[in-house]
Design a protein. Structure first.
Length: 449
């Protein structure tokens, strides 16, 4: 991708933006941002795009998608990822990698700066400025949304107005002493930022290589995901249908010529911001047997998403490089629309969206058989089938952990070298703790209101 490498001066600019202070949020933006021109503001956003966290992929380790084994886990992989994989949050190894709290708040700081100084940007057209401001609102919304789904309880398993969320920052003020907002307030702000972004965004499609940037379709795409995670089925269905109406193309995996749908080159790509499964993630494990068992006879994804090595081991094809940068793509919204409709007992709408995706994933004979089975399912079975289809279609794209959180928070079991590790139903470890460095720097950060 041309992605995020075109502005050379940003390396010199960053020290002026990010100094050495780590107070309060455990972030480092200090000093004064010196951007003035449209090119310089674009570079600020480009920098944040480039270094956006890979946390949705990292969360995959905590789900049931991946097996670890001594047969393919190096000492480095073991020390870096093993405690995340086995949910050892009490006393992880000092070499365990961490989620991107600091980087999210970097991005939020820059988004706030762009928003606050939108009327001072020079050397750019009004349309260019508005687009950057829209992207800044989307960046702020997406970062707060991801933080809330990592570091706060699932919205659907608590009383959001009475539950601690995460700090919401709406100003580029490094002297602020932030405290957490309620989870309800966090989600309300995310939705408000999406609405505000829609007033500014004016690029519907970025050319390939620049499609890591937010566009007009991405606002409804994020809204659909937010509503889904809230259990707002009507909102999720409406936003998903808006996405499908504007960007409903699906890759056809039933033929010999295709692009993997999570590639940034795919016709399905809406925003290709996040590298969900970089090479260091794909190297540490293998698709789990339970995941592979979900694929039916005739499902073309099993042979195209995975490479069979032995009778019991497969490797992941749809990951390992920047080609598979994927934040939002078309298929997600057929599945979101299907689930939202099914949960509102709108059976025909649910099957319509589900079958549209399945027609592009199963060979013709088996598609007919599976569709007949789907039509014969009870309401509960249909919801479960849609969830299984999400698992099959969106595997290793950073959705599974969050789907487990927002639905049943089920018990999980993992085995490594003869030792079994357990995550219990509704386990508190479905939510990450605030980083110790952030709490030490600002002991009141978890307090609200």
């Amino acid at each position: 991708m041309k992605v995020k490498n075109s502005i050379i001066w940003i390396a010199a600019l960053m020290p002026a933006i990010f100094g050495s202070c780590d107070r309060f949020l455990d972030i480092t933006p200090t000093g004064k941002v010196i951007a003035e021109t449209g090119e310089e503001y674009r570079a600020l956003l480009t920098y944040e795009y480039k270094y956006f966290p890979k946390d949705r992929g990292l969360a995959t380790l905590r789900s049931d998608e991946m097996n670890l084994s001594k047969a393919y886990t190096s000492d480095l992989d073991y020390s870096t990822y093993f405690d995340l994989w086995r949910w050892n949050d009490d006393a992880p190894s000092t070499t365990t990698t961490y989620f991107g709290w600091r980087r999210y708040y970097h991005a939020i700081y820059i988004a706030n700066y762009v928003i606050q100084h939108k009327d001072e940007i020079t050397g750019a057209t009004a349309g260019e400025v508005r687009q950057m401001v829209g992207e800044a609102y989307m960046m702020r919304a997406y970062c707060h949304f991801l933080l809330a789904n990592l570091y706060a309880q699932p919205y659907t398993h608590c009383q959001p107005a009475e539950t601690r969320g995460i700090p919401v920052l709406l100003e580029a003020d490094v002297n602020a002493v932030p405290r957490s907002s309620s989870l309800k307030a966090v989600f309300e702000q995310v939705l408000a930022d999406i609405t505000e972004a829609q007033e500014y965004l004016n690029v519907e499609t970025w050319e390939e290589g620049y499609n890591y940037r937010f566009n007009t379709v991405s606002a409804e795409a994020l809204r659909a995901r937010v509503c889904l995670y809230m259990g707002d089925w009507a909102g999720a269905l409406s936003a998903s249908e808006a996405v499908i109406g504007k960007h409903g193309t699906l890759e056809d995996l039933t033929g010999s010529s295709y692009t993997l749908p999570n590639s940034y080159k795919s016709a399905e790509s809406i925003v290709a911001l996040e590298q969900i499964m970089p090479a260091d993630y794909t190297a540490i494990g293998r698709p789990s047997a339970s995941l592979l068992a979900l694929y039916r006879t005739g499902d073309q994804r099993k042979g195209k998403f995975y490479k069979r090595v032995t009778s019991s081991v497969s490797t992941l094809v749809k990951g390992g490089s920047e080609e598979f940068n994927c934040s939002f793509r078309s298929a997600e919204y057929y599945l979101t629309a299907a689930e939202a409709a099914a949960r509102q007992n709108d059976r025909e709408t649910a099957i319509t969206y589900l079958s549209a995706l399945m027609a592009k994933r199963y060979d013709a004979a088996n598609y007919a058989l599976v569709l007949a089975q789907v039509r014969g399912m009870t309401a509960g079975q249909l919801v479960q089938e849609i969830m299984d289809e999400r698992c099959r279609e969106l595997a290793f794209e950073g959705h599974r952990w969050f789907d487990l959180r927002r639905t049943t928070m089920p018990s999980l079991r993992k085995t490594y070298d003869g030792e079994t590790f357990a995550l219990d139903t509704l386990d508190s470890r479905y939510t990450l703790r605030f980083p110790s460095e952030a709490v030490e720097a600002n002991p009141g950060i978890e307090l609200w209101p």
